[in-house]
Design a protein around this ligand. Sequence first.
Ligand SMILES: NC(=O)c1ccc[n+]([C@@H]2O[C@H](COP(=O)([O-])OP(=O)(O)OC[C@H]3O[C@@H](n4cnc5c(N)ncnc54)[C@H](OP(=O)(O)O)[C@@H]3O)[C@@H](O)[C@H]2O)c1
Length: 408
Amino acid sequence: MLPAGIRPPLSPHWSAILQQPDVPARARRRVVLLGATGSIGRQACEIVAAHPDRFELVGVVAGHDPGALDAVVRRFGVPRSAVVDPPPGAVLPEGCAVGLEAACEIAALDADVVCVGISGAAALRPTLAALEAGTDVATATKEVLVMAGELVRARAAASGATIIPVDSEHSALWQCLRGEDPASVRRLVLTASGGPFRQRPLDTLATVTVEEALRHPNWSMGPKITVDSATMMNKGLEIIEAHFLFDMPYARIDVVIHPPSVVHSCVEFCDGATLAQLGLPDMRVPIALALSGGRRLEGVCAPVDLAAASPLEFQEVDPRRFPAVGLARRAGEAGGAAPCVLNAANEAAVAAFLGGGCRFDEIVPLVERTLDAAPAPASPSLDELVALDAWAREEVGRACAPATGGRS
Ligand SMILES: NC(=O)c1ccc[n+]([C@@H]2O[C@H](COP(=O)([O-])OP(=O)(O)OC[C@H]3O[C@@H](n4cnc5c(N)ncnc54)[C@H](OP(=O)(O)O)[C@@H]3O)[C@@H](O)[C@H]2O)c1
């Protein structure tokens, strides 16, 4: 319960995203799409293709797959493209630039919205480039807010750009909060499916295969976030994401397991009312809402059939099964460099698991050990964050390297 008289500290800048949209109903929006070849990127392309009167792709960026990027460039006639790290000798789309600087240039193009679907901390610099250019950023990439939330907020505040959530839970919170008085918010409640191992015997988690971890019961997503959903580190990262997006103290962000993934998250208000956003597990809804600046588009997804979706079951998170949630909360509350280290160690540990370098049940302990061993500057600069990110990845790499005795 919130003590009487205590109000959430939503700043004027962050409460700006809670206003009703001021985007003209029929405006055609210029969109830059970062991570155009991934799961989020492909679904964003579907939205653009379904609403050519509303959206125009003016720039696209991919990581390593120029062939898939070429298909996007040709399909939409995109004038500017970049691939950050193509394989040697790969054939590039016509006029396609190469490298991180080129990706940042595209992020800073004259656009109405930059949609970020690059997986992981690799999205940091392009996201900052978009915000510095004063362009609103619709971001799915929680890792950027986890790694550098303070910096990202400062860049947005300096240029007047708004950060719009694409992550389904944070989009749900946004939808529940819009038009409400921030002072009336008591608590944010993130829902979590619990992933594929919600009921698996704990003593069998050591034998989880990559294939099993990649089989999410409700959502079809890229590999990194799918593994994060299985450990529930994804929900831990989302607690930190919600803290930075909505300026909410950690003590007022909770998580509840909701296996059907129909309620995407809830907001509890001071009068005892709880608002929830319901829908099928379909990322096109939050992507479309973010791309349009908060306006709802016609027929993005079928509505949820409430009778078929019943019962809407909820459970508490078991900290023994899902220690990642508490670990991420601890890093968020510690602040400073801790969330950056948590994120980098987790990205490295997940990559190690996917590559056969560690077991599934070693991922979270690896992250915890790295976090405990990390230097902890209270207000790290961008350069310090980048250095800590690299340090944490090396630590995890060393712990997983076969030459040093294998898995630890
Ligand atoms: N998928 C979902 O439903 C979902 C839901 C909520 C939040 N998210 C978040 O959205 C982000 C993307 O997830 P995803 O599932 O779409 O991942 P994904 O399918 O693995 O796609 C990742 C995208 O990032 C690009 N990329 C990878 N490394 C890059 C680099 N160094 N520089 C630039 N681009 C790079 C990839 O390009 P190449 O293919 O060319 O390498 C690809 O376009 C993640 O932060 C995730 O947590 C995803």
